[in-house]
Design a binder for this molecule. Structure first.
Ligand SMILES: NC(=O)c1ccc[n+]([C@@H]2O[C@H](COP(=O)([O-])OP(=O)(O)OC[C@H]3O[C@@H](n4cnc5c(N)ncnc54)[C@H](O)[C@@H]3O)[C@@H](O)[C@H]2O)c1
Length: 318
């Protein structure tokens, strides 16, 4: 069938999903988004003026919903998940249902619909307490939290489908994503939106443990670019790629970088280290560079500035 490329974005109302939807539409694709709005928001997709866009509300735990959503699609970008490590500690069953069963549902549905390629949002958390740094895809994963286990299970299902069916799959291990359309309101917010929201309320930054734990950060625009490369690069089915900035930054340094941009220092409040949290993430992105031509284009300071702008535009930062 000629015409625009057709893609389904699951979790399309979430942070990565909504940014991906906008970029795909900008490139002329026909896009369907599927989300149950458990974490995603309608406002992330508000005002998308396109006859090439369709929004469906539905739950990936339901196989029939997945089958209907995959119908007529050439590409699937599977972003829908329960994303939080700490939520998976509180409720591992829910994380397993959505992240493992939901991913298997999506793979089955995509295969049945004759989808060409399935791009899966995996996570740096699969490395867990692996001590070799920077983290490389060939290392043995050592997941710690139920969330990390669920993301690794999804990867393994992707590999299985790539090996045993005609469906091509690629897994992308995102390292801490940040940028516009992140939710600062949930108790499961990620570090940067949580810090920005605390600064907005005039509260001190809540630092878990000593703050020397460090993370490699990925600006959401670079994550979107990696998804497009993963969908369209030939001969990479069955591959797994790190997607990151390639630099490890401590929590204390993140706080300082925010202070430098917003021009005020709310101070810090140290709380206990959270169970399931790993000490350091730091990605080797050589494989993604070599096989996908991936190159992060937004450095940390610039990405943080764009996050601050977004938070200001929503009123969260005052
Ligand atoms: N944000 C990060 O730092 C990060 C890091 C590594 C991996 N990831 C992965 O990237 C993907 C996107 O993350 P994000 O930051 O955009 O998270 P997000 O929470 O903003 O988006 C996830 C979306 O999935 C939707 N969803 C949840 N359960 C669903 C269900 N049962 N059916 C349909 N939709 C459902 C939510 O409503 C939300 O819109 C996730 O798979 C996550 O595990 C994220």
């Amino acid at each position: 069938m000629a015409g625009p490329k057709r893609a389904l974005v699951t979790g399309g109302a979430g942070c990565v999903g909504s940014n991906l939807v906008v970029e795909l539409l900008r490139r002329g694709w026909q896009v369907r988004a599927l989300d149950d709005f458990s974490a995603g928001k309608h406002e992330h997709l508000k005002g998308i003026p396109s006859d090439r866009f369709e929004l469906r509300e539905g739950d990936i735990r339901n196989l029939q919903v997945c089958e209907q959503a995959c119908r007529n699609m050439e590409y699937v970008f599977h972003q829908a998940a329960i994303r939080s490590v700490s939520r998976s500690m509180d409720d591992p069953q829910a994380t397993n249902e959505v992240n493992v069963r939901g991913t298997l549902n999506m793979l089955q549905a995509a295969q049945k619909a004759g989808v060409r390629r399935f791009v899966y949002a995996s996570s740096s958390s699969v490395y867990g307490d692996a001590t070799q740094l920077p983290q490389e895809e060939t290392q043995r994963p050592q997941p710690v939290s139920p969330y990390a286990v669920s993301k690794l299970a999804g990867e393994n299902y992707c590999l299985s489908f790539a090996k045993t069916t005609k469906l091509e799959t690629v897994s992308l291990r995102y390292f801490n994503v940040y940028g516009p359309n992140q939710d600062p309101e949930s108790k499961y917010s990620l570090l940067i939106p949580a810090f920005l929201a605390q600064a907005g309320r005039g509260e001190p930054f809540e630092v878990h443990g000593d703050g020397l734990q460090a993370r490699d950060f990925s600006f959401v625009g670079d994550v979107v670019a990696a998804n497009l490369l993963a969908a369209q690069t030939p001969n990479v089915s069955g591959e797994i790629f790190n997607v990151a900035g390639g630099k490890s930054i401590s929590v204390l340094d993140v706080a300082q970088a925010i202070v430098n941009i917003i021009g005020k220092d709310p101070g810090k409040r140290h709380t206990d280290r959270r169970p399931g949290d790993v000490r350091t993430t730091w990605a080797s992105i050589e494989r993604a560079k070599k096989l996908l031509g991936f190159q992060p284009s937004v450095d940390f300071e610039e990405g943080l500035r764009r996050s601050v702008d977004y938070f200001r535009s929503t009123g969260w930062l005052g």
